[in-house]
Design a protein around this ligand. Structure first.
Ligand code: GLY
Length: 429
């Protein structure tokens, strides 16, 4: 199989790594990709002499046709919400990722709420605000925890959860000033769970549950980020949790999407709070989560390409159950100084050494590039991921932290408590 992956972060690096281990794959391409993944795939940063535009369906289709790709795997949400999947499908190319209409499950939180309401799925109550004039009166009906969301694509960073009304109000005003509506939601109590499911029409196949650590600093302090680390599976989750999430959340949503004539095909990411009564949806995303994917795929034994191709081609129901490695996986993100506000770029990374993807721990590139001297330097907020698999969380953590401690990036920072509570047998939020 010849596969083109769209994207450039550590999630795409993890996808390429998993695909590269699948014997049915004989050629891997990535657009735009990045220098750190050029050992696994041919990178296509340009198209016809200009920087490639991953939101441009015609360009991505032309590239896929030029490469004679058998399958295109779209990593990030922005091309999906822009309709890149539709352009590829219209050209007869198999694509892993939902249509523009189905990607609205992430692209519009109001659409997602409507689907959930129709499907009878538990979620927070919400009020949408389009004018700054209504912020104060809406906030009067919420609290003491305020959940304020940017009702647009914000890469996981548009949410503020606070007990300070002034902070809630300020965030709502800044979102509206930036031209997006705001969603004010009731607070869902309970630890967060990310469950990714392959979905093909009404067929839903769950991966292992994972947990992201969203705040920038240890002990869940500091601003929200795109994710500072993750682990899988979740030892504190009840044994029937995945089955319940599939039955109570993902299958009803998949059926509702079919009923609306916008069947879902691709990866449905359910972001949930596991409360006293079980799962309630915080949000849906229309793609693999970052950095949870890096941990989840480290545990997947089943060759990935066949699952993605089967989903894209409508034959997911015919596949045997997914196979998993025993144990646990942890990913820890090394971020640049200033992340998530204004990350500093250009600092050289030391300690990367030779790449060995065959071991149980390895580095994935999130935001790096090679400089003129051939060294890797920081080129984004999240710079590198240290990923490790072990017989349990303790071993996976030890390996991931040993690896990240061997890296040097001036001003770089990482959380020291990824999966720490889970290791101690506690529930982390
Ligand atoms: N893990 C957060 C996200 O992918 O949006």
């Amino acid at each position: 199989m010849r596969i083109l992956v769209i994207g450039s972060g550590a999630r795409e690096h993890a996808l390429l790594l998993a695909l590269s281990k699948d014997e049915s794959v004989n050629e891997l391409h990535v657009a735009p990709g990045g220098d750190g993944m050029s050992d696994l795939a041919v990178c296509h940063p340009e198209w016809q002499g200009a920087a490639i535009d991953v939101e441009d369906g015609a360009q991505i289709t032309a590239l896929a046709q030029a490469l004679e790709a058998d399958l295109v795997v779209v990593g990030p949400e922005i091309p999906l919400v822009a309709g890149v999947g539709d352009a590829l499908r219209e050209a007869g190319i198999a694509v892993f990722g939902p249509s523009k209409a189905a990607a609205m499950i992430e692209g519009s939180k109001a659409f997602a709420k409507d689907v959930m309401q129709a499907a009878g799925v538990a979620t927070a109550t919400a009020t949408r605000i389009e004018s700054a004039d209504h912020i104060e009166s809406v906030l009067d009906n919420y609290g003491p925890h305020y959940v304020i969301k940017d009702d647009g694509l914000a890469g996981g960073k548009g949410v503020v959860v606070t007990t300070h009304r002034a902070e809630a109000e300020a965030h709502a005003r800044s979102v509206i000033a930036a031209g997006n509506p705001v969603l004010v939601e009731s607070f869902l109590d309970g630890p967060e769970v990310s469950l990714f499911c392959f979905v093909d029409g009404e067929t839903v196949v769950p991966l292992l549950p994972a947990q992201d650590h969203k705040r920038a600093f240890d002990h869940d302090e500091g601003p929200n980020t795109g994710g500072m680390g993750a682990y899988a599976p979740l030892p504190w989750l009840p044994e029937d949790a995945t089955e319940r999430i599939v039955r109570e959340v993902c299958e009803p949503v998949a059926r509702e999407m079919v009923a609306r004539d916008c069947p879902y095909s691709g990866l449905l990411y359910a972001g949930l709070a596991w409360g006293a009564d079980g799962p309630a949806v915080v949000e849906f995303n229309c793609r693999f989560g970052d950095p949870e994917t890096q941990a989840v795929l480290a545990l997947l034994k089943t060759p990935l390409a066949e699952v993605l191709a089967a989903t894209a081609e409508g034959r997911l129901a015919q596949l045997p159950p997914l196979q998993w490695h025993e144990g646990a996986a942890v990913t820890v993100v090394l971020a640049a100084e200033g992340y998530p506000a204004v990350p500093r770029r250009g600092d050289v990374i030391h300690g990367l050494g030779a790449v060995d993807y065959r071991g149980e721990s390895y580095v994935l590139h999130a935001g790096t590039k090679r400089n003129d001297s051939g060294e890797f330097e920081a080129a984004g907020g999240r710079v590198l991921n240290a990923v490790a698999r072990g017989s349990d969380i303790e071993q996976a953590r030890a390996k991931a932290y040993e690896l990240i401690e061997s890296l040097e990036l001036a001003g770089g920072h990482y959380r020291s408590d990824i999966a720490a509570k889970a290791q101690q047998g506690e529930i982390s939020i």
